[in-house]
Ligand binder design. Structure first.
Ligand code: 3SL
Length: 236
């Protein structure tokens, strides 16, 4: 039987062999939720980069540049890291370069995979429908926070494992634990999320509406995938 595994933080990624596998990168608050929202709302392509310098270089050649560090928009860039910015008229039809504290790094750490997909609660059903009949094993990579475990990415990993478990065996205890957390949390996701360290960090920055938005399940059909250096919408 095919397997699904969960890597709870990029610091544990050396324990996982990504070759021949599909990696689903997740950073619920807020990088991967922004990527899904952007491509669902007409952004042409998104180039995830690791550093502010790389992002600036793409800004200089005409990309809209989105940059976040520690939850705030970095100075000198066009956008921060709110899903609502990715839905504005100014991003439609544009190419966006983005760097974030954890999410874009997690994408770059996954490059050994056969296929890299972007996951969020926002596209959970579309992802499930796409993955359920795939032959490859899956690793869900939680972007975490600066190398540490976080709640929201693990909850998403648990939701995906829950959806796929009829066809995918859990590869270790991480999927089991993530699924158990999701089953507990889903009765009142907002309340559960409010206890998370990143939700508290974002609340201090007055972006509670982003959290409410990012925990909505399956409002978009789009699945971003990495093609070369760009995230594009997967065609079904
Ligand atoms: O770390 C990241 O990639 C960001 O998503 C963090 S934040 O939600 O913009 O603070």
């Amino acid at each position: 039987m095919k397997k699904i595994d969960v890597c709870l933080t990029p610091e544990l990624l050396h324990q996982y062999d990504l070759e021949h596998k599909i990696v689903v990168v997740v950073d619920i608050l807020r990088a991967t939720s922004c990527m899904v929202s952007g491509l669902a709302n007409g952004v042409k392509e998104i180039v995830p980069v690791s550093t502010l310098e790389e992002c600036k270089a793409l800004q200089d050649v005409g990309y809209l540049a989105a940059a976040e560090r520690d939850g705030s928009k970095a100075e000198g860039f066009d956008m921060g890291n709110s899903p609502f910015e990715y839905m504005s008229e100014k991003v439609k039809g544009q190419k966006v370069a983005v760097t974030t504290t954890n999410g874009t790094l997690a994408i770059h750490k996954s490059l050994a995979a056969k296929e890299i997909l972007i996951g969020a609660f926002l596209n959970l059903k579309a992802l499930t429908d796409y993955l359920i009949n795939k032959e490859e094993d899956i690793v869900v990579l939680c972007a975490g926070w600066k190398g540490k475990f976080n709640l929201e990415d693990t909850l998403f990993a648990g939701a995906l494992c829950n959806q796929l478990k009829s066809k995918f065996e859990f590869a270790c205890d991480a999927p089991l634990a993530a699924e158990a957390m999701y089953i507990t949390a889903k009765k009142d996701m907002m309340r559960y999320m409010n206890d998370s360290s990143h939700a508290k960090r974002l609340a201090k920055l007055s972006v509670v509406k982003d959290i409410e938005f990012c925990i909505q399940e399956s409002i978009y059909e789009v699945i971003p995938y990495l093609s070369g250096k760009s995230l594009l919408p997967l065609k079904s």
